[in-house]
Design a protein around this ligand. Structure first.
Ligand code: 5MM
Length: 341
């Protein structure tokens, strides 16, 4: 690969209007569970076939600016021997590499996890850059309960995200920082907003303290909504208001863009909430950041259900992918309607 871009160019390119980022970076453990759920025996070959189905979808580049890949996937090939990263670049899609190594229990803090993966990260980023990656992703995970997240958990993960961001920028790679506040739980909307605000304020305090260039960072965030087990589920308009209020209270304007994870919401609900955010943006006359989708389950669930590992269903699954991307593209502009489902 021989293309280069500045951090700011890459960050801008990743949130082009009407497009989003496909998060196809499930770890082998997660994708295997997803394959088993659709009746497919989980093997390295079926994981490869599934990613090939996604990345060879005709016209995917009309809706997708970047694809997040796991280490195993960026090294993988199509049937004709083309590296997945080269295939994406040829379509004008930026390969993004997930560089965290997942979570481990936070010793002395029951129910909490820390994200690991800083070992050898400088060398790994250099290798990924040479493979065409121009952005990376690191996900920290926060669980809301009566006693969590603890201040210690938030601080440690935000410091780690800052170190990751510094190494990325040094390597010419845009850090996508993903502090995911989990949707699962029985917390209220107010609690979700308070926790997300606390996490984001600490994150940006740490990023600035470690001298990260915020103009070359993308935030990947949860939407702010009551927990999945909470009796009163949050309507889309309230999700939009709470989410944007949270960002206004915590995300500096120098950050060029914010992308959303779907977090276990149904694909339709994630799209409806994205649409409500875009409608609010139009009413308010704009927000300081470009906003876009970066869903995994919210895009891929219908694709997996259509495919079920069957060769003869590949085209149908690709149509399901394009449909979900089109709906999210419309939601990104505030022109989605549930009747389009
Ligand atoms: C694809 O899921 C990513 C992480 O997977 P592992 O847990 O297997 O490491 C995840 O980081 C993803 O990129 C984002 O969180 C968005 O995923 P959802 O499904 O929430 O949109």
């Amino acid at each position: 690969m021989s293309y280069t871009q500045t951090l700011q160019d890459t960050a801008r390119a990743l949130v082009a209007a009407r497009k989003g980022i496909l998060a196809a970076d499930q770890s082998p453990r997660t994708i295997d569970k997803q394959l088993e759920a659709i009746g497919v025996k989980p093997t390295a070959e079926m994981r490869r076939k599934y990613r090939q189905l996604l990345f060879t979808t005709p016209n995917i580049e009309e809706y997708v600016t970047g694809v997040i890949l796991h280490d195993g996937t960026i090294r993988n090939h199509t049937d004709d021997g083309t590296l997945f990263s080269d295939l994406l670049i040829a379509k004008g899609i930026i390969p993004i590499i997930k560089v965290d190594k997942g979570t481990v229990p936070h010793t002395n803090f029951s129910g909490e996890v820390l994200t690991q993966g800083l070992d050898n990260l400088r060398d790994r980023l250099e290798e990924y850059y040479n493979m065409g990656a121009r952005a990376a992703k690191w996900r920290a995970v926060f669980t809301i309960s009566e006693h969590t997240p603890s201040e210690q958990n938030i601080l440690f993960d935000c410091m780690t995200l800052s170190r990751y961001a510094a190494l990325c920028q040094e390597a010419g790679v845009v850090p996508i920082v993903e502090p995911e506040v989990l949707f699962s739980g029985n917390h209220s909307l107010e609690r979700a907003e308070a926790v997300t605000t606390q996490v984001l304020q600490k994150l940006f305090e740490q990023l600035q303290w470690y001298k990260i260039d915020l103009s070359g960072v993308i935030l990947k965030s949860s939407m702010v909504l009551a927990g999945s087990e909470y009796a009163q589920q949050t309507p889309a308009e309230e999700v939009a208001q709470a989410t944007m209020r949270t960002f206004m209270n915590s995300v500096p304007k120098e950050v060029p863009s914010i992308v959303f994870l779907s977090g276990g919401q149904t694909p339709q609900r994630a799209t409806e909430n994205l649409d409500a955010i875009a409608e609010l943006e139009a009413q308010e006359g704009g927000f300081p950041w470009e906003l876009a989708f970066s869903f995994s389950r919210g895009i891929e669930q219908p694709v997996q259900e259509a495919w079920k590992g069957k060769e003869e269903k590949v085209e149908e699954a690709q149509r399901a992918l394009i449909k979900r991307l089109q709906l999210n593209s419309m939601a990104d502009q505030g022109t989605y309607d549930p009747s389009m489902e």
